[in-house]
Write a protein that binds this ligand. Structure first.
Ligand code: GRF
Length: 224
């Protein structure tokens, strides 16, 4: 990866607001790289239009057309590799990936998850956070490993859970923070500041003992 030309492929399944945040951040120059392709496993995903509007090539690899996960993941990998990415971002990509796929992109595969991992892996995170009486909730960016939502966490957002929150309003408030933390983590990756070594995140060459917190970052870390 040469400086300023990190090639990013984004995988989506839905509306693609996180994809939009990444598109906007690259357009502003906050990320030293560009999105070279967007792939959806659902032909109707709204995010495909967001990519097309931004002039980004798209592809659909429809999981319903494949008999099993292995063959779907092989087709997905073929589509991804055609764009020769330095980084693959899962952004609301709602498929469980095979170990072979994860290994192929080890150290260059990021995911956003709408909870403060390790709290609430899996689905329905906002409903579960409310049911558990959490006082704080948020989102996490992590490197993807074989364990579902279990890879090492890089950066998290945090917000107070308030009396007025229901699952929908909590999801909306968390989503706004997702649009800040994903571009920031991708910026760091493309700047060469983030690496995965032996299952641990190195940030500026030093192992992270715990996830970075958006609300504790030095303001100098945030794009102008
Ligand atoms: C986000 O909440 C993301 O964390 C989750 O799915 C949602 C996708 O939203 N995995 P969008 O498609 O980026 O708008």
């Amino acid at each position: 990866m040469s400086a300023g030309d990190c090639r990013i492929v984004v995988l989506i399944s839905g509306g693609g607001t996180n994809l939009q945040a990444l598109i906007d951040a690259t357009a502003r120059g906050d990320i030293p790289g560009r999105i070279v392709g967007v792939i959806s496993n659902r032909p109707e995903a709204g995010g495909l239009q967001r990519a097309a509007r931004a002039g980004i090539p798209t592809a659909v690899v429809d999981h319903t057309a494949y008999p099993d996960r292995e063959r779907f993941d092989a087709a997905l990998a073929e589509a991804i590799d055609a764009w020769r990415p330095d980084l693959v971002c899962l952004a609301g990509f709602m498929r469980i990936l095979t170990p072979g796929f994860v290994a192929r992109y080890a150290g260059r595969l990021l995911n956003i998850h709408p909870s403060r991992l390790p709290r609430f892996r899996g689905l329905d995170t906002h409903t579960r956070a409310l049911a558990a009486g959490e006082t704080e909730h948020g989102a996490s960016i992590h490197f993807v490993t074989e364990e579902l939502d279990g890879g090492p966490v890089i950066l998290q957002s945090r917000l107070p859970v308030q009396a007025h929150h229901d699952p929908a309003s909590l999801a909306a408030d968390v989503l706004r923070t997702e649009h800040v933390i994903y571009p920031l983590a991708v910026r760091w990756f493309c700047q060469g500041r983030l690496t995965l070594r032996e299952g641990r995140v190195l940030f500026d060459g030093r192992p992270l003992t715990e996830a970075l917190q958006l609300d504790e970052l030095d303001p100098a870390e945030l794009p102008a």
